[in-house]
Design a protein around this ligand. Structure first.
Ligand code: 1PZ
Length: 207
């Protein structure tokens, strides 16, 4: 699953996939967002973990399993809305492992990547530790217990440099900057759309 193949362009795929989702999220004329296209877009994020090193293997496993759950659900459920409705009916929105709970976790993962890219774009120097740590503090740390936060902060010392990361992504810096910015821009309305699915049903997003 993990690593990126020699000629693969993960940033390009992420940028393309989220542009499509953004147009669905922003156009009130288009039908509801399909679970299949949402989960497919998220699948493109998974190879990034393979570039971070062994310390984030546990994070990869968690994220990949949740994306996989949504992808499997998409075989029988057409849209994000109907998936949530079904969990509301079955009274299992917050139950561990429910599709809706996994959607909220995956959404936070997407937000983590968005903030990471955003901070990388404005941070001088080669270290990823600062941008990664700031993104983590904002997107995920508030929802994680002590043990996970400790593991993450130890892992931050093992990250590759920005240059090493871009080599693994098979991109040069100028192209990578454009693609990261594309994702940041496209991801924003998508996250908003998912948030709205929760808040419009009074499900909350803070759990
Ligand atoms: C340079 C990049 C540094 C990246 C640092 C990323 C740190 C992410 C650490 C996440 C650890 C997740 C461990 C498992 C947490 C689970 O307890 C929770 C709740 O799951 P549940 O109880 O519902 O089963 N899962 C999550 O919070 C989902 C976390 C998704 C993480 C995605 C991060 C994406 C980073 C990609 C960077 C390229």
């Amino acid at each position: 699953m993990a690593a990126v193949d020699a000629h693969d362009k993960p940033l390009q795929k992420i940028s393309d996939a989220f542009k499509v989702l953004a147009s669905v999220a922003q156009d009130s004329q288009t039908p509801d967002m399909e679970l299949a296209s949402f989960s497919r877009a998220c699948t493109h994020v998974c190879p990034l973990f393979g570039c971070l090193g062994i310390a984030f293997k546990f994070a990869e496993k968690d994220f990949v399993a949740k994306v996989q759950d949504l992808a499997e659900a998409s075989n029988s459920i057409k849209t994000l809305q109907s998936m949530i409705e079904q969990d509301v009916q079955n009274n299992c929105v917050r139950t561990a492992g429910s599709h809706t709970r996994n959607l909220l976790r995956v959404k936070r993962g997407l937000d983590m990547v968005r903030l990471l890219f955003e901070y990388m774009l404005v941070t001088e120097g080669s270290s990823l530790r600062d941008p990664a740590s700031k993104a983590y503090e904002k997107a995920l740390a508030p929802y994680h217990g002590w043990a996970i936060r400790k593991a993450v902060s130890a892992g931050l010392y093992t990250l590759p440099t920005k240059e090493q990361l871009l080599v693994k992504f098979n991109e040069d810096e100028p192209t990578a900057r454009v693609l990261m910015q594309n994702y940041v821009t496209a991801c924003t309305p998508v996250l908003q759309y998912v948030d709205n699915l929760f808040t419009s049903r009074d499900l909350g997003t803070d759990w």
